[in-house]
Design a protein around this ligand. Sequence first.
Ligand SMILES: [Zn+2]
Length: 216
Amino acid sequence: MVTSRQHRLNAQRFINGSKGQGREKFTRYKELFSNRRLCFKRIFVPLINSRFFKAKEVYKKGGIMIYWKEVINFAKNGNPTPDKRVEKTEIAWLKMLSPEAFRITRKKGTERSFTGELCKVYEPGEYACICCDTKLFDSSVKYDSGTGWPSFSQPIQENAIKYELDSTLGMTRVEVMCNTCDAHLGHVFKYGPKPSGLRYCINSVSLKYIDNDKKN
Ligand SMILES: [Zn+2]
């Protein structure tokens, strides 16, 4: 049985302990903030490189941030108007695309996970539609979701992507397509990284990587 004296002692020990820890923590932070270089290296650099700020940059570029609410709204009530339209016959698409790209983009196929060439690409650049070259995603919002398909948290601009409800496979998902040529790209899911909370799960073969440094 624990006596009241022991209780008091334990409580005292706990208070002293936490005081000690608090003081220690305070000293550590004081040191960190007093050393400007260390402060910059440990706090500001990771903050600037964080996905939140990178996504914000894309937000500034495209002028808008898309959340799940907007995705559902587009899928149910109509998509934004694209800058231009590209329409071709099935024969024309068949001639210009590889058999795999045709199967996925024009016939709504899905590539096997972890097989896409762009799964492991994280270099700066942009990703365009394999069919019509319209820019769809920026590399700054590409991330490794562990699913085996290239994943992005935002489109490059609001009207680049077309959304449609897809009820195949016995569940309702949101299909994403190129808004310019209707190429099937993949699906978008919620529970992605902040701030948008979205995961655009895209077939690698639907995309073309553009290295901006090479182009210039
Ligand atoms: Zn396209």
